[in-house]
Ligand binder design. Structure first.
Ligand code: C2E
Ligand code: CA
Ligand code: CA
Ligand code: CA
Length: 279
């Protein structure tokens, strides 16, 4: 048994070492990809629950690694977040989303707000307000066309700093949304003091919404609470018509998910916009 345990330990540590090696290779590759402009943004629509009209597009980072193929954003964002790489990645995402928005506006595409995901490091170790303001001014994109999504966990790290950054941005016309709502800690206490416009209910609550009475109750209560505090409510991960109908009945304002549209490359966005007629 002892021997067996040791073999297993060696196997385990070999796997760990391999995993560590891969993470280092990914970090090196990601650094190079950002510098070379090899990342891409895909865009996923959000629509009004009641009318199906387009209300926004969320920009989602994509990375095709020359050796490993498509790397999941959950993986490369986590790697970037371990260092200042996330600040460089975040800057690129903001600039690229605004560059693309400007190009669509110039081409006469009727554009809804574009939401960009922001990580903790971009606020805590970097001047997000200066960055966003600079990118907006340089690109000439109206601030109303930019939305910032950040998770509760970001807020929890330094509530005062984050609240003041969101407040300044929202005075400039940029809207903000609380992402992955319900999966962080102290959800309710943060809602009270945060100058955000919308909350996005995490897809874990939408997944079993139609057959789990508990999830139904959670989503119902979240929508009611959010509305009474003046937030718009977006449901993430809507995959079926039954979920759409259920969310509509619960008074959810906006829907996002594969049932509405999958994240897609920039060149297919004008078609998506034409199909979903922005309100
Ligand atoms: P998120 O911000 O919660 O984005 C939603 C994720 O759910 C996206 O995964 C999207 O492709 C996926 N999704 C959308 N609709 C459905 C659906 O109906 N069913 C299912 N199963 N999934 C759906 P993705 O693109 O893999 O991104 C994962 C996460 O990586 C994002 O979660 C976000 O936290 C992070 N991320 C992506 N791009 C960026 C970025 O530019 N900056 C930062 N800081 N984070 C990013
Ligand atoms: Ca998001
Ligand atoms: Ca989310
Ligand atoms: Ca998520």
């Amino acid at each position: 048994a002892k021997r067996n345990g040791r073999d297993r330990f060696q196997l385990f540590s070999a796997a760990l070492a391999q995993e560590r090696q891969r993470a280092v290779a990914l970090e090196t590759g990601l650094r190079a990809a950002i510098a070379a402009g090899d990342l891409r943004l895909h865009y996923q629509p959000k629509v009004a629950a009641a009318t199906g009209e387009l209300t926004g597009l969320e920009a989602l980072a994509r990375w095709h690694h020359p050796e490993y193929g498509e790397v999941s954003p959950d993986r490369f964002i986590a790697i970037a977040e371990e260092s200042t790489l996330i600040i460089e990645l975040g800057s690129w995402v903001l600039r690229e989303a605004c560059r693309q928005a400007r190009a669509w506006l110039d081409a006469g595409v009727p554009l809804p707000p574009i939401a960009v995901n922001v990580s903790a490091g971009q606020i805590l170790y970097h001047d997000l307000v200066a960055e966003v303001t600079g990118v907006i001014d340089a690109s000439g994109v109206p601030p109303e066309l930019l939305q910032i999504e950040l998770t509760e966990s970001v807020m929890a790290k330094d509530p005062e700093l984050v609240a003041s950054a969101l407040d300044t941005l929202s005075r400039r016309g940029v809207t903000t949304a609380i992402d992955d709502f319900g999966t962080g800690y102290s959800s309710l206490s943060y809602l009270r003091s945060f100058p955000a416009h919308a909350i996005k209910i995490d897809q874990v609550f939408i997944e079993r919404l139609t057959d789990s009475p508990d999830d139904d109750k959670i989503v119902r209560a979240t929508i009611s609470l959010a509305h009474s505090l003046g937030f718009r409510v977006v449901a993430e991960g809507v995959e079926t018509e039954a979920q759409r109908d259920h969310l509509l009945a619960l008074g959810c304002d906006e829907l996002q998910g594969w049932y509405i549209g999958r994240p897609a490359p920039a060149d297919s966005v004008p078609e998506v916009i034409a199909r979903l007629r922005p309100g």
